[in-house]
Ligand binder design. Structure first.
Ligand code: UDP
Ligand code: MG
Length: 138
């Protein structure tokens, strides 16, 4: 069973979409094995997204990600990384498939409701970024 990190971004929390996102995860067979709400500071957001530090959207993205509370979760399931990315949809909601979270709720390429790890290596880093071993139940 594979683990992946999910974030409901500040726009998703502010718009009251926590329940909607969780419903889609659970109904697609992804099990939540850790969860918390927190607000990142700029330094934390910059280290979480360090892989994007040379990208033109880095400052705006890290500012957005500190603009309000987020919900972070560890999801477990068969092929959970790819499965969750399928449920999220493409980064740009205009290219996201019908029925995906981003297609249904995102308002621009940055404010796209959710984050998901993109590989096993990334998932390991991202889960460890937010959770210690006692907080991951499975
Ligand atoms: N992003 C952005 N502009 C872009 C590409 C990405 O603002 O042109 C933001 C968006 O919020 C995205 C995040 O940066 O979710 C991380 O980008 P990535 O390419 O890793 O997309 P993801 O893995 O989230 O689909
Ligand atoms: Mg990514």
């Amino acid at each position: 069973m594979e683990k992946t990190l999910s974030i409901i971004k500040p726009d998703g929390v502010a718009r009251g979409l926590i329940g909607e996102v969780i419903k889609r995860l659970e109904s697609n067979g992804l099990k939540i094995i850790a969860m918390k709400m927190l607000k990142m500071n700029k330094e934390q957001a910059e280290s979480f997204y360090a892989v994007h530090k040379e990208r033109p959207f880095f400052q705006s993205l890290t500012y957005f990600m500190t603009s309000g509370p987020i919900v972070v979760m560890v999801l477990k399931g068969e092929d959970s990384i790819v499965k969750y990315r399928d449920i999220m949809g493409a980064t740009d909601y205009r290219e996201a498939a019908e029925g995906t979270i981003r297609r249904d709720f995102a308002t621009d390429i940055e404010k796209n409701i959710v984050h998901g790890s993109d590989s096993p290596k990334t998932a390991e880093f991202e889960i460890g970024f937010f959770f210690n071993s006692f907080e991951v139940n499975g």
